[in-house]
Design a protein around this ligand. Structure first.
Ligand SMILES: CC(C)(COP(=O)(O)OP(=O)(O)OC[C@H]1O[C@@H](n2cnc3c(N)ncnc32)[C@H](O)[C@@H]1OP(=O)(O)O)[C@@H](O)C(=O)NCCC(=O)NCCS
Length: 166
């Protein structure tokens, strides 16, 4: 799917496309994720960066060991972002099948051009094609950009993850 960011009739930057990911996208997924995962650390549970990074690597390893969907946003010159979803992790309460966004991120220099919005739209299409009636995800309360993205894309709060220091 080809996309371009245009405002007031003016194209702000080059077009990009969303494609299925492949094995050779792994280095990009690891690199961009390690550079951005800090945005998902909440003020409640402050953690050393190395631990957070290691945990991100584990998440990617886990997702790749399961049935998953990898979508990559790419311009003519470079990869701009990705979404990594699990497609065999049903909702834990109802058991209803869903696609679950394990992580997604966009390169800092490519933000606010609709890349994440396009990745989410592609994720929804992939879920529908697989007969999965929902796309679900968790987002950190402090992650203002991500919360705004998901709200704008029509995601609603279904449950809350509560936490208290002991
Ligand atoms: C969150 C993230 C993926 C958004 O990517 P993006 O490509 O810049 O998002 P888009 O350009 O598609 O934005 C779509 C909409 O989301 C909202 N949004 C995105 N970034 C925002 C920000 N920084 N502040 C406020 N709203 C924002 C806006 O409503 C935006 O529409 P608009 O630009 O027309 O106003 C990106 O900031 C990122 O990679 N963050 C670090 C990793 C991360 O937090 N991932 C999510 C883990 S749950």
């Amino acid at each position: 799917m080809a996309c371009s960011a245009a405002r007031g009739g003016r194209t702000l930057s080059e077009a990009f496309a969303i494609r299925d990911g492949a094995a050779d996208d792994l280095a990009f997924v690891l690199d961009l994720g390690r550079r951005t995962i800090g945005d998902s650390v909440s003020a409640v549970r402050v953690a050393p960066f190395e631990l957070v990074r290691l945990n991100y690597d584990r998440l990617v390893e886990y997702a790749r060991s399961q049935s998953h969907i990898l979508l990559v946003a790419e311009s003519t010159f470079e990869r701009l972002g990705f979404a990594l979803l699990l497609d065999s992790l049903p909702d834990e309460v109802t058991g209803i099948p869903q696609a679950f966004v394990a992580y997604m991120a966009v390169e800092p220099h490519a933000r606010r051009r609709g890349v994440a919005r396009s990745l989410l739209a592609a994720a929804e299409r992939s879920a529908r094609e697989r007969g999965l009636p929902f796309v679900a995800l968790m987002v950190t309360e402090d992650n203002v950009a991500a919360r705004a993205l998901y709200a704008q894309a029509g995601f609603v709060t279904e449950r809350r993850l509560l936490c208290k220091a002991t």
